[in-house]
Design a protein around this ligand. Sequence first.
Ligand SMILES: [Ca+2]
Length: 174
Amino acid sequence: MSWLEIGLDVTQAADLSFFWRADSEQGFDVLRVLVDGVEVGNSLQRSGMTPWTLERVPLGAGVHLVRFEYEKDNSVSIGGDLVRLDDIAFPPGTAIVPPPVASFTASPNPVSAGSSVTFTDTSTVTAAGTTGTAVPSYSWDFGDGTGSAQQHPVHVYAAPGTYTATLTVRDAGG
Ligand SMILES: [Ca+2]
């Protein structure tokens, strides 16, 4: 699957517009458009051999994650077996949301095996969305084979050792 994601901070509700042109077999390879993780329009119509087609997607004011994804069926290949996108236009006054910068603290550190460590998220999220995939989400890897999706998790290391914890933050910016 190929995809393109754009985080948008929309100040005034208006349409996102874009042109697409499919060059593939009808109904097998489709272009999906998702706003905040929710599919919009009819992906089955964005398929087959088509001319350039203008499509508009209404966006409300606020932070949104727009995702274009192209799912290919590799068993059949017709034409270029691709879809093209062009002239993606945002509502006036829209800003692109920059990617978050992940950071955290761990306390206490070091800690005795069997005692709890509090991880505190200190990441920079420029513009937080309030719906679906635009909402910041957190993925922790504690380095001992376990993880968490909480923003500020508490973890207990069972065995002594040195562990490297990593945090991945996702939001409308990437
Ligand atoms: Ca195909």
